[in-house]
Design a protein around this ligand. Structure first.
Ligand code: SF4
Length: 246
């Protein structure tokens, strides 16, 4: 692809109430601002996270653990076809039925247990807590206390389901930043998230954009094997890429 060429990605996605799509036209320097701008120049809005409700985002965030998104789509489609796309219905459904429906996403016994625990929390806390007013720290610690919910899953739910300005760090992000800096070891989840939170304005949609765009980069260019550096939108920032194409 010629440098500067922009391709648009459009797919159905859930946006929490009050989150308004806007281009990253803020005036700030720093690596993460540059990454966001360069990726946005190439792909625009990545229309992430796929789904129709906050609950579907949460469900997808658990089901996508250790599997590709296309498998999650099949599992959610099965749940939808059987009328099981609601936490209260999930709680009344036999485990074997849930296991069968989500089988395409892999680890179906573990994941069934996880979505039942998440459903139970969702129904219970929905009665007493306004999720959007409870605050990021409170919501995050509640989610992290649930079996099967780690930082990436919790932040995916908080960013894409509830619209909190928090960055989701995934394997694509760790690989990208390791290659950009030409280092051999990964930064931790918290180190990367802290850097991003320091450098980007506290605007939820920018965090929404950045993670979705890094997923796109990971799929199209910064793959684990044979990264496609020649026409990568981040080549100008990347130590590994500059060495690789010499
Ligand atoms: Fe990854 Fe290559 Fe792009 Fe660097 S230039 S981010 S290594 S694809």
């Amino acid at each position: 692809m010629a440098p500067g060429t922009k391709t648009e990605l459009i797919r159905p996605r859930y946006l929490p109430p009050g989150i308004i799509p806007k281009p990253p036209l803020f005036k700030r320097c720093g690596t993460w601002s540059s990454i966001l701008r360069l990726l946005y120049e190439r792909w625009g809005d990545p229309y992430w996270w796929p789904g129709n409700s906050a609950w579907e985002v949460a469900l997808g965030a658990v089901l996508t653990q250790n599997t590709a998104w296309k498998n999650v789509e099949k599992a959610i489609s099965n749940l939808s076809a059987e009328g099981l796309l609601s936490p209260s219905v999930i709680l009344q459904t036999p485990s074997t039925t849930l296991e069968q429906a989500i089988a395409p996403s892999g680890y179906f016994r573990q994941k069934t247990r996880k979505i039942v625990i998440l459903s139970s929390w969702w129904v219970r806390s929905g009665e007493t807590v306004n999720h959007n007013q409870a605050g990021y720290d409170h919501m995050r610690s509640e989610l992290l206390s649930l079996w099967g919910v780690g930082p990436e899953t919790a932040d995916s739910i908080l960013c894409y389901g509830f619209g909190f300005p928090c960055f989701v760090v995934d394997a694509y992000t760790k690989r990208m930043i390791r290659r950009l800096r030409g280092t051999a070891t990964d930064l931790s989840y918290d180190e990367i998230q802290h850097e991003v939170h320091q450098q980007l304005p506290e605007e939820p949609f920018y965090f929404n954009l950045l993670h979705g765009l890094i997923v796109e980069l990971g799929k199209q260019h910064c793959r684990s094997r044979n990264p496609q550096c020649v026409d990568c939108p981040l080549l100008s920032l990347c130590m590994h890429g500059k060495t690789a194409i010499r």
